[in-house]
Design a protein around this ligand. Structure first.
Ligand SMILES: [Zn+2]
Length: 62
C-alpha cells in the first residue's frame, strides 16, 4: 500500500469544504483499537484536512 496516495471521489464530498480529493492514510490499526476490532481505512481531505473513516466491510477493496 502506498501511503499518502491521492484519491478523487466525487461521491464522497468533504462535509466541511465540499472537496472531492482524499489522501489515503495509514489508520487501519488505530480504528481496530478504538472500536474493538472493526477494520477501517482512513482518508483525510486534501483541502481542509478533515479526516473520515470508511469501514473495510463497506469499502470496495481490490
Ligand atoms: Zn475538506
Amino acid at each position: 500500500m502506498t501511503l499518502g496516495r491521492e484519491l478523487t471521489n466525487a461521491e464522497r464530498k468533504c462535509p466541511m469544504c465540499g472537496g472531492t480529493k482524499w489522501i489515503l492514510l495509514d489508520g487501519t490499526s488505530t480504528l481496530q483499537a478504538l472500536e474493538g476490532g472493526l477494520e477501517a481505512i482512513a482518508y483525510s481531505c486534501d483541502e481542509c484536512g478533515f479526516m473520515r473513516w470508511h469501514r473495510a466491510d463497506k469499502t470496495e477493496r481490490s
